[in-house]
Design a binder for this molecule. Sequence first.
Ligand code: GDP
Ligand code: MN
Ligand code: MN
Ligand code: MN
Length: 253
Amino acid sequence: MKMEAFTVENVPLIRAGDDIAAIICENAQLMDNDIIIIASTIVAKAEGRMFRLEDIVPGDEAGRIAHEHQTDPRFVQAVLDRSRDVLVEWPIFLVETKHGHVCIKAGIDASNVDSGFLADLPEDPDLSAANIGKRMEEITGRKISVIITDTNGRAFKIGQTGVAVGLYRIHPIRNWKGKKDLFGNILQITEESIADEIAGAANLLMGEGDGGYPVVVLRGLEMRSDDPASVKEMYRESGQDIIRKGLRSLNHP
Ligand code: GDP
Ligand code: MN
Ligand code: MN
Ligand code: MN
């Protein structure tokens, strides 16, 4: 088996209103079943989801959290505005975004962004992935998939990795339940998170710094889905999420 991954060259600094799909198609010859992995940072830039702390007026809740933890209340307010649940306030500010992604500080990011500005995650990353994916399919006539990524930390381990935050035409989970292992045993529980695996692989080429490689093409896997797909397929229901329950009991003993 073999797969190939390469960066898309000549991507400019992205500005609000830029047509990311057209930029990618100009700079790469896409083929059927290609998976196009795009850093959320450039999606946020293209969608104009940049903001400044100066424009934020913090409320009481943000004031309380910021006071307790010696942080900027405007930043805390920005995180709260983008969150529907706070899992941990301190020493990490772990939230669930309105789209359902659990991450530190709602994914607000200052890296690779004009100074003075912060970048948001896309408001609806699945929709962003679908918009970009459909447009690339229109331009090229190819059938492709899209994964929008961000860099996230992990529980239990040091080190961040690329993860999927939005998807087009690729299901995030490959289900091995009911399949056989080498000895004929039926697999009972294994669900493989292919979207995060692909995001991690692409992140190896993107890096985190000044490389200027926000787009990677992965070729050689046949994982395109015929039906719509969503990153939400891999989010645990909160009732079944024991980590979340544990964190909640820490915050509200
Ligand atoms: P995030 O993981 O979505 O927060 O994105 P990063 O800030 O880690 O950037 C990932 C890659 O995209 C790095 O190689 C950056 O240099 C690159 N990058 C970020 N923004 C731009 C941009 O506007 N244009 C180009 N060409 N590269 C960018
Ligand atoms: Mn960044
Ligand atoms: Mn980021
Ligand atoms: Mn990154």
